[in-house]
Design a protein around this ligand. Structure first.
Ligand code: ZN
Length: 191
């Protein structure tokens, strides 16, 4: 079993992996796979194993700080920080989608440090990008970005590592739409 299959199996264990469907994501793109991210992160055993894989990928990068936007990324950051060697510290960025910032009480922990940004799901990548900008504003050095799931073909100007990636389509180019036998649905958590 390769790494991807092991990750899929881990996520499937939480009952939160839906395959062979026809979903509309918050980015507006369509795809056949849906992961109920809140149910994945609710399972701390699975969440920790997924975050271990992220830490392993960045093991040689001398990460000092792991950060992410509240909620999802902030739930992952402590696990990832814990599995790094030496252990990193974990802080989270507050604010809304288009305005992320660090509280004054933690900004000195970011200045001059090597920082990894984590996020649960990348739709447009906007939230993670705002966190990257917040790190840069505080003088931190962004080393990379990691996510459990990239469902928007998102890229950044920093190295990106995602555990799950699959094809997503513009509605006009979606092969499932074209096949015409499965109506598109918006998963309950995106309503
Ligand atoms: Zn479609």
């Amino acid at each position: 079993m390769n790494d991807r299959e092991q990750v899929q199996r881990l996520i499937a264990r939480t009952g939160a992996l839906y395959e062979d469907g026809h979903y509309r994501y918050s980015s507006g793109l369509h795809g056949s796979v849906y992961v109920e991210k809140d149910r994945v992160l609710a399972n701390v055993d699975v969440a920790s194993k997924l975050c271990y894989r992220i830490a392993k990928h960045f093991f040689a990068e001398k990460i000092q700080v792991v950060t992410g936007p509240s909620m999802g990324g902030a739930m992952m950051a402590p696990f990832v920080a814990y599995y790094l060697e030496p252990k990193a510290i974990s802080v989270y960025a507050e604010g809304e989608r288009d305005n992320r910032y660090f509280r004054p009480s933690v900004v000195d922990m970011i200045a001059g440090k090597r920082v990894l940004v984590v996020e649960d799901v990348l739709d447009t990548g906007g939230s993670a990008l705002r966190v990257i900008e917040a790190v840069e504003r505080q003088g931190g050095e962004v080393v990379g970005v990691a996510a459990i799931w990239n469902r928007g073909n998102v890229t950044f100007r920093y190295p990106l590592f995602c555990l799950v990636e699959h094809l997503t389509y513009e509605p006009g180019e979606c092969p499932i739409c074209k096949a015409g036998n499965l109506p598109v649905e918006t998963p309950p958590s995106l309503h």
